[in-house]
Write a protein that binds this ligand. Structure first.
Ligand code: ADP
Length: 217
């Protein structure tokens, strides 16, 4: 069963969060957290290709033949095939390289071990939020270019790509909210469709905070 919470209205558009399966959404487009090959994979990508059928993969193959692999932070659009959504927008989120990640340490009296990355990742660390924001923005731009009014997003990068959910939720919601603030785009509805309850709770909490702040303002 779908759990639906906070709906926030920003100018002409509604932003909402549900827990559910994005392949069941009837918005004009659903967004796929793809990988640069566009050849399908696990997670939400596999679910979308499975439910949408071979027409999606055929268009992805044409896109790859025409323009090569899809860079991180960019997006392309294909048919929705057998899905309720007419279109699938495929975007590539960043792989989380990790700033300092704290984990439980089993073998000594220390409680935690802090895994600091090699300095070589420094540049990559800085660009992860920017690339994630770009994945959301480029997807929304494509929706507007195609005159679509509604779009559903999964939680990009927080599965196999390992982006911490609380951090990703902030980037996702702030980026989408700023985009739909601009009056005069075709977008009337954005839905975050979150698969598991921990991800749902994390996005709900960020949206709740933003809604609270905008009420105070
Ligand atoms: P990434 O490689 O960008 O991390 P994943 O597909 O591994 O993408 O995970 C992104 C998010 O999508 C995760 O929160 C995962 O639980 C979720 N997910 C998986 N299947 C579905 C689905 N059918 N609908 C919505 N979200 C899904």
């Amino acid at each position: 069963m779908e759990k639906r919470i906070t709906e926030m209205h920003i100018n002409q558009a509604k932003l909402s969060i549900i827990q559910g399966d994005i392949t069941k959404q009837a918005t004009d487009a659903i967004v796929n957290a793809a990988n640069p090959s566009l050849m399908g994979g696990g997670g939400v990508d596999g679910a979308i290709h499975h439910a949408g059928g071979s027409a999606i993969l055929e268009e992805c193959e044409q896109i790859i033949a025409w323009q090569g692999r899809l860079p991180t932070g960019k997006a392309v659009i294909t048919t929705g095939g057998n899905l309720k959504a007419r279109f699938v927008i495929h975007t590539v989120g960043p792989i989380w390289r990790g700033s300092n990640v704290i984990s439980a340490w089993g073998g000594s009296s220390a409680k935690f071990v802090i895994h600091a990355p090699d300095p070589i990742w420094h540049e990559g660390n800085k660009r992860e939020p920017e690339l994630l924001a770009s994945a959301y923005r480029e997807s929304l731009k494509l929706a507007v270019e195609n005159n679509l009014t509604s779009i559903s997003f999964p939680s990009i990068s927080t599965g196999a790509y390992g982006y911490p959910v609380d951090e990703a939720a902030k980037v996702a919601i702030i980026t989408v909210a700023s985009f739909i603030k601009v009056v005069g785009t075709s977008i009337k509805e954005v839905v975050f469709v979150l698969f598991d309850s921990a991800t749902f709770e994390s996005y709900s909490s960020v949206l709740g905070k933003i809604a609270g702040k905008s009420k105070q303002a």
